[in-house]
Write a protein of this length. Structure first.
Ligand SMILES: [Mg+2]
Length: 232
């Protein structure tokens, strides 16, 4: 049976937090709460604004204008999503190698807002292939990740958003794996209660997947050695 695995992009593979901090520092000198936002927050905010033209939101006027300036700069950067640094320079290549070795089917799911240049799907595909994954399946979708996980008949979904993992755990038969970079007892305990796996990094998540999603464990010194060589 083919195992199907999906990976979220920002906060899992791509370092969006560093990129938005850089944009805000360039414009304002210091990063603020804008730097803590995610692309999903912004995509949903923009959709809500399109639906209700005069959406004031809960932010103060200053915070709102800062937020708008930062996101305008992002929207106006040609192919912004191809410029992000990877969170782990080996992770994408490692997913590619595991995909081939275990015959996994892999999807990359994102809800990034559009920017100047190519479509979000194509920017994301280019980034992934630069990082070592040829022919990536990229899905740009809003709404519940649970519905997507069910429709794609996923077995595993890796995400840094507790809400996305909750959606996946509730609305699909996929096992969600949450990345929590810093120790956070409240989040980790509630995740475990909901049978959501927790990993500190994408590297740790991949080790977990290797154990859970590979039919048979590699045995023998040669296959272990080939793994070490491949992953260097
Ligand atoms: Mg994310």
């Amino acid at each position: 049976m083919t195992v199907r695995i999906a990976f979220d992009m920002d906060g899992v593979l791509a370092d969006f937090a560093a990129a938005i901090r850089r944009v805000e520092s360039r414009l304002f000198g210091t990063p603020s709460t804008v730097a803590a936002e995610t692309p999903e927050d912004e995509a949903e905010h923009e959709e809500a604004q399109a639906a209700h033209a005069a959406n004031a939101g809960a932010r103060s006027r200053e915070a709102r204008s800062r937020h708008d300036a930062v996101w305008n700069a992002i929207h106006n950067t040609v192919d912004f999503w191809t410029t992000l640094a990877p969170l782990d320079p080996h992770a994408v290549r490692r997913i590619h190698e595991m995909m081939l070795r275990h015959r996994w089917e892999v999807f990359f799911i994102t809800q990034r807002p559009a920017t100047q240049g190519q479509t979000v799907q194509r920017q994301t595909q280019q980034w992934l292939s630069q990082q070592g994954f040829d022919l990536p399946s990229v899905l740009v979708i809003g709404g519940s990740r649970g519905a997507a996980a069910a429709a794609l008949r996923l077995d595993f979904h890796v995400d840094d958003s507790p809400q996305h993992c909750l959606d996946v755990a509730c609305d699909s038969r996929a096992r969600a794996l949450l990345i929590v970079p810093e120790p956070d007892a409240v989040t980790e305990n509630s995740a475990k209660r909901l049978r959501i796996g927790v990993a500190r990094s994408i590297g740790e998540a991949l080790e977990e997947l290797e154990q859970k999603a590979s039919g048979s464990q590699p045995t023998g010194i040669l296959s272990r050695l080939s793994q070490i060589v491949d992953w260097r």
